[in-house]
Design a protein around this ligand. Sequence first.
Ligand code: PXP
Length: 248
Amino acid sequence: MIFLGLNIDHCAIVRQARYREVPAGAEPAVEPDPVILAVQAERAGADGITVHLREDRRHIIDRDVTRVRESIATRLNLEMACTDEMAAIAAELRPDSVCLVPENRAEITTEGGLDVVGQRDRVKAIIDRMGELGVVVSLFIDPDAPQIALAAELGAPCVELHTGAWANGFYRAEKRQFEFQRLWHGAEKAHQLGLTVNAGHGINYTNVTEIRTLPHLHECNIGHSIISRALFTGIDEAVAEMRVRLNG
Ligand code: PXP
């Protein structure tokens, strides 16, 4: 079975379009509340909830993160940049896992994943610190052999393969095949090195039927397509349908 992690950032994006300041206690009158969405989504079958606390707090804000930690019954995955500020927040919050993601150009490889090779010491420091706290660390990386090899060497237990290039090329046969092969080899290599293999970015109700055929896939983290579908069907049906498609 492939697990479904729901990324709720896009719910917070809609809220922030109208309410930049959310006074403590004003939730859930301020709509849409990503925490209510998270609770309902896990009742509908989501296996975990992901939030990305960005350094500029452009969608998820600190209070969302603490509220979601207190409210959900499944797993909390905190996406964060490799900074001391974020490491301190994670140490306080104790999510079940953190996924290290790039937030500025210098941290990004050509396709958009975290450049582990270019900043190995910083990444290693966070892997070690989270490891001591019992928080699982995942690295959001492109399916490139050197990045995957270094993730394993530095002791990360898990990688999330960046599926954005494949998703963007999905309707161009050659590009799609090329990018899918990269993901395939990346998943095989990561598995051989003992890494748990997750995938995310740009996965939707159509392309999920291909991504689910990747070998060794443990979990997909999906946000935009599920939140978009929920506008029409509600979150319960949107989550349930994706769960079915993910597992064929
Ligand atoms: N995984 C990671 C690391 C992400 O940063 C995101 C969102 O940008 C996702 C998965 C979900 O992507 P999407 O919203 O396109 O499903």
